[in-house]
Design a protein around this ligand. Structure first.
Ligand code: F6P
Length: 328
């Protein structure tokens, strides 16, 4: 029989994403609804190791559903990668009478919580929070939708100046290993070409595509480049390549960077965060551990952490084709 849960802890870890606050709020309020205590842990696993805890009440999370970032702060903890660090974290949790942990973060954070559970048998539940949308077991990670809207807004603005000056813009978006942001925002922003890590289109294809755009009467172009693109050149080298090898282009580069991680979460992310928080707490109360909550076919589902961290989300090939057709 699993131990009856009377007190849970929640932390945010890894790169922050819009919707993390809404998820914290949901975890805290679900605990209050079920009349169990809830503790917030500051700075992810760092705070777990240092015992940096704070009791959270339903009222302590008022006014945060619409805020970007995370009120609990986030960190990438080196010490939690060591057994000594994890032992300190475990001791602190036991000392504070905490019976389970909700981890809001990405695959690196889930790897840490899985190892922690395997070593100490401590119940853990993951909520996928990252703008990259690169976690298996959910169609959407928290923050992905907001980041897309931020990027599309930026592309729209860049398009204004690109067309005023008849320029070619390379716009870099986040996605270290995956092109979900690039592909979706690229289609929504009407990009002429989208370069993603999953598909190495090669320079020739890019050159062809730019030439085709020009022949078809386009006077300005936007090429979206995921930061992890494997074409072999970074965004500034791409500009240099076009400057040196293609006539008549006035090229500019825009790297959107960390602004993609901030801002008020979209309606979609707020609802998703609220649903995920409820599912995470109630699953722990049901005696489940080592799962991640996710959105699959419109429903909240559990996926084993092991599967969530090992898998690699696949790019939707249909989207690639749509993008090709739309740039005609
Ligand atoms: O949140 C994920 C991510 O945005 C990646 O796409 C990016 O490479 C990374 O975080 C950068 O994070 P940081 O600057 O915090 O190390």
């Amino acid at each position: 029989m699993p131990k009856t849960i009377k007190k849970l802890a929640v932390l945010t870890s890894g790169g922050d994403s819009p919707g993390m606050n809404a998820a914290i709020r949901s975890v805290v309020r679900t605990c209050a609804y079920h009349e169990i205590q809830c503790v917030g842990v500051y700075r992810g696993y760092e705070g777990l190791i240092e015992g940096d805890f704070k009791e959270m009440s339903a009222r302590s999370v008022k006014g945060i559903i619409n805020k970007g970032g995370t009120i609990l702060k986030s960190a990438r903890s080196k010490e939690f990668r060591t057994i000594e660090g994890r032992q300190k974290a475990y001791d602190n949790l036991v000392k504070a009478d905490i019976d389970g942990l909700v981890v809001i973060g990405g695959d690196g954070s889930f790897t840490g919580s899985l190892i922690f559970n395997q070593e100490f048998g401590f119940p853990v539940m993951g909520i996928p929070g990252t703008i990259d949308n690169d976690i298996v077991g959910t169609s959407h990670t928290l923050g992905f939708d907001t980041a897309l809207n931020t990027v599309v807004d930026a592309i729209d603005k860049i398009r204004d100046t690109a067309s005023s000056h008849n320029r070619l813009f390379f716009v870099e978006v986040m996605g270290r290993d995956v092109g979900h942001i690039a592909l979706n925002a690229g289609i929504a922003g009407g990009a002429e070409e989208i370069l993603i890590p999953e598909e190495n289109l090669g320079l020739e294809r890019l050159v062809d595509s730019l030439n085709r755009s020009r022949k078809s009467g386009k006077t300005s172009s936007i090429v979206i480049v995921a930061e992890g693109d494997k074409i072999g050149k970074n965004i500034f080298q791409l500009k240099d390549y076009v400057d040196e090898n293609m006539e008549g282009y006035d090229v500019r580069v825009s790297v959107l960077g960390h602004m993609q991680r901030g801002g008020a979460p979209s309606c979609f992310d707020r609802v998703l965060a609220s649903r995920m928080g409820v599912k995470a707490v109630e699953s722990l109360l049901d005696g489940q551990t080592n799962y991640m909550v996710g959105l699959l076919n419109g429903k909240m589902e559990l996926t084993p952490l092991e599967k969530a961290i090992k898998g690699k989300t696949k790019i939707n090939l249909e989207l690639l084709r749509v993008s090709d057709i739309m740039s005609t």
